[in-house]
Design a protein around this ligand. Structure first.
Ligand SMILES: Cc1cc2nc3c(=O)[nH]c(=O)nc-3n(C[C@H](O)[C@H](O)[C@H](O)COP(=O)(O)OP(=O)(O)OC[C@H]3O[C@@H](n4cnc5c(N)ncnc54)[C@H](O)[C@@H]3O)c2cc1C
Length: 426
């Protein structure tokens, strides 16, 4: 336990539970302190963070483990994530920084432009060496998976689809093929279609945009100099995000039907359409990876906790990718949730009780709603009729000319505002 408080396990409580579980099924039963549903970036980070606080976790994920280095994984997911410097502290605290830095590209400036006007801020605006790092999805998965596999308090179950979740007392029960996980708390890190959220009966409110985000890797014709750049085009934003070796992750958001046609083109046809659309924003870029598409929506769960359950990452909220903040929100969920669980554990409370988890929703939901509203505002305003787009561009320029406003933007993008959990402490 490494000195950390742990859920009290009165003998009668556990013996009754074991008896009931043994009667119920012949499947292999795991009994960790916390069950983590979903081993994406949020689930694996959470399992590691809980392990470092002394909690045993079982992570059940439907997918296959990533290959070492993540090169194979990148063929299935070409995304690269902007990890804000505030959230990067979580990876540093968990000892992952060195492995990630082998492939991560520092982001030292962010530019967002409308048709006229825009905002540009640099790391010095928030007195930091970098605003964040770009990490390719394959590398992130591989580093997190290796760290979780090496951690004695984490049990990883791959190819383990959760078919049923029952939130009862004294434990939540997850049914997988050939196994069950019984734990006083299950944390849903199982993405937008979360089975845990459904089992908890929590509404997921929001809407789809008529938009699809195309992600791919491009080789740039000139150095990116650490700049993450985004331009707001009438059908949706286009982002060019710096990667190692003067490559970039391109996120091109288009109306769903247009995106479908773009995806159907061969590489040369796609490059020609990209050149037409991007113009001077992205001259002479050449495709350097596979293309993948993602639906775009905005959804937030009514609460992030319930009796025996909590939600973190995309199971709790999905936002427009335009600001590169979705995973950052999920990482902040992880850091806050770990503090809330540790506080309850230290007080000798049942960590799966709704009363113990309630501070988590209070802490995180308002921050998520504010970020989601900002992304919604940008998406709507910059796809509005031309006069509105022009006014929005000019308003951004005006804000960008004020040093304090730039500092605020930079700190917000860096995930460094508000009440910070201990894993994100400055
Ligand atoms: C184009 C694009 C670009 C983006 N760029 C950024 C960015 O730059 N920065 C940023 O912060 N965010 C970004 N995001 C958002 C980011 O991708 C998500 O917020 C993040 O991936 C959420 O991680 P997660 O672990 O919560 O969920 P997921 O990545 O969806 O992982 C969920 C996991 O749960 C597993 N699972 C699901 N159901 C079950 C089940 N029944 N049983 C077992 N396992 C299950 C899945 O196998 C999966 O591994 C971007 C999103 C898009 C679409």
């Amino acid at each position: 336990m490494g000195g950390a408080a742990r859920l009290p396990r009165p003998f009668f409580f556990w013996s009754a539970r074991v008896y009931v579980c043994a009667m119920a099924s012949a499947a292999k039963i795991h009994r960790p302190d916390v069950a983590v549903a979903g081993g994406g970036p949020v689930g694996l980070t959470l399992a590691l963070a809980l392990a470092r606080r002394g909690y045993e976790t079982v992570v059940a994920d439907a997918g296959t483990p990533p290959d070492k280095g993540g090169a194979e994984q990148a063929k299935a997911d070409s995304r690269a994530f902007f990890i804000a410097y505030g959230c990067w502290r979580i990876f540093r605290a968990l000892g992952l920084e060195e492995a990630l830095l082998a492939g991560a590209e520092p982001v030292t400036q962010i530019e967002a432009e409308g048709r006229i006007g825009g905002i540009n801020f640099i790391a010095e605006d928030c007195a930091e060496p970098v605003l964040g790092y770009m990490v390719e999805a394959g590398l992130l998965a591989s580093v997190l998976h290796a760290a979780a596999a090496a951690e004695a308090r984490v049990t990883l179950l791959s190819r383990a689809r959760i078919d049923h979740v029952a939130l009862g007392d004294p434990c939540a029960v997850l049914k997988l093929t050939g196994a069950e996980v019984h734990a006083p708390l299950v944390i849903g890190c199982d993405g937008a279609r979360s089975i845990v959220r459904r089992a908890a009966g929590l509404r997921f409110e929001g809407h789809d945009y008529d938009a699809t985000a195309i992600s791919t890797t491009v080789k740039l014709s000139k150095p990116h100099n650490g700049a993450a750049r985004q331009v707001f085009l009438p059908n949706g934003p286009m982002a060019v995000l710096p990667l190692k070796d003067d490559r970039a992750n391109l996120i091109w958001t288009e109306k769903a039907a247009v995106a479908g046609a773009l995806l159907a083109l061969d590489d040369r046809g796609f490059e020609l359409e990209l050149a037409k659309k991007a113009g001077d924003f992205l001259p002479d870029a050449k495709l350097a990876g596979a293309r993948h598409s993602f639906p775009v929506g905005l959804y937030i769960a009514e609460r992030f906790d319930a009796q025996r359950a909590a939600l973190a990452g995309d199971s709790a909220h999905v936002i427009h990718p335009l600001g590169g903040q979705g995973l950052n929100l999920g990482l902040k969920d992880v850091a806050a949730l770990v503090d809330v669980i540790a506080t309850a554990g230290r007080a000798g409370l049942d960590i799966g009780a709704a009363s113990a988890l309630e501070p988590y929703t209070r802490w995180r939901r308002a921050d998520v709603a504010a970020t989601a509203a900002a992304m919604e505002g940008f998406a709507r305003v910059f796809s509005a009729p031309l006069p509105v787009r022009l006014a929005a561009g000019l308003a951004l320029s005006a804000a960008g000319s004020v040093r304090e406003a730039r500092k605020l933007f930079a700190k917000e993008a860096g995930g460094d505002l508000g009440e910070l959990p201990s894993l994100m402490a400055r």
